[in-house]
Design a protein around this ligand. Structure first.
Ligand code: ATP
Length: 246
């Protein structure tokens, strides 16, 4: 199984800021898993430790490990992790604003092993199939897309690298509820169609519980609660207890 695991992971930033404390999680192959928690609970740090971008923020793993398909990732540089199939859609929609939608997808594809023109076009078409609005705007400048469309492009860029696991940080942030729902519906479809393993960080408890099969809740850098969508508790309970109400 190509599961992704985080085992007894502790992370510090700089000299002393402890962001994660003994976090253990399994992201099962082919599933959609969610990570929830209040601001500052450590959610983004988990994703950064998995993709490796932690090192760019003066963060480091003090104890524990990250594994993918049984292989330890801790000391593997970011670009090699992405070649191994780990894609990270970071918070804040990292897109190339001055380039077209099409160019954004092409450039993102360079993270994958070299491919032919036909292959590149096939992958772009698959992305436009999931996000038709990106297809319509393929020659448009990415910076002029709406917030929701930019989030779609950020996800499209991750898919262009043909990952085996996709980490998605706060996809719904700042979006109208209908647009956020649409993006999650598409993520759910991608997961169901292709079996792509997806780990989402999400503060919208309702969305996370609707789309993820298994859920973790972080509190002050520790796993406070975990379980399947059906057993973990209601949206109201989780919101009130861990996210400061709803
Ligand atoms: P948010 O929803 O606000 O993004 P989060 O749950 O994703 O929150 P993290 O961003 O992982 O939380 O942050 C966890 C803790 O680590 C917080 O106390 C935060 O202030 C701290 N932290 C995060 N990034 C850094 C950094 N680059 N340098 C120092 N401290 C950091």
């Amino acid at each position: 199984m190509t599961d992704l695991t985080v085992e007894n992971l502790s992370v510090v930033y700089g000299q002393a800021i402890a962001a994660l404390d003994d976090v253990t999680m399994t992201v099962s192959e082919g599933r959609m898993t969610a990570l929830m928690g209040a601001n500052g609970a450590g959610k983004s740090t988990v994703l950064k430790a998995i993709s490796g971008v932690l090192e760019f923020e003066r963060g480091r793993i003090s104890t524990g490990r990250v594994t993918f398909g049984g292989q330890q990732l801790n000391d593997i540089p970011v670009h090699r992790r992405s070649r191994m199939g780990v894609a990270h859609v970071r918070e804040g929609r990292h897109i190339l604003s001055n380039m077209t939608v099409e160019e954004n997808l092409d450039v993102a594809g360079f993270a994958a092993p070299p491919r032919s023109k036909a292959e590149t076009a096939r992958i772009a078409d698959r992305i436009y199939g999931y996000f038709p609005v990106l297809g319509e705007r393929r020659r448009g400048t990415a910076g002029y897309l709406s917030g929701g469309e930019q989030q779609m492009l950020a996800i499209g860029r991750a898919i262009a690298a043909e990952p085996r696991v996709m980490l998605v940080d706060e996809a719904s942030l700042g979006l109208a509820p209908m647009i956020a729902e649409q993006i999650f519906e598409i993520l759910g479809r991608i997961n169901a169609d292709t079996g792509l393993t997806i780990l989402i960080v999400e503060q919208n408890v309702g969305l996370a519980l609707r789309y993820a099969e298994y859920v973790y809740v972080l509190e002050n850098g520790r796993v406070a609660l975990e379980g399947t969508r059906d057993t973990i508790g209601t949206r109201e309970e989780i919101s009130a207890r861990y996210l400061g109400g709803d």
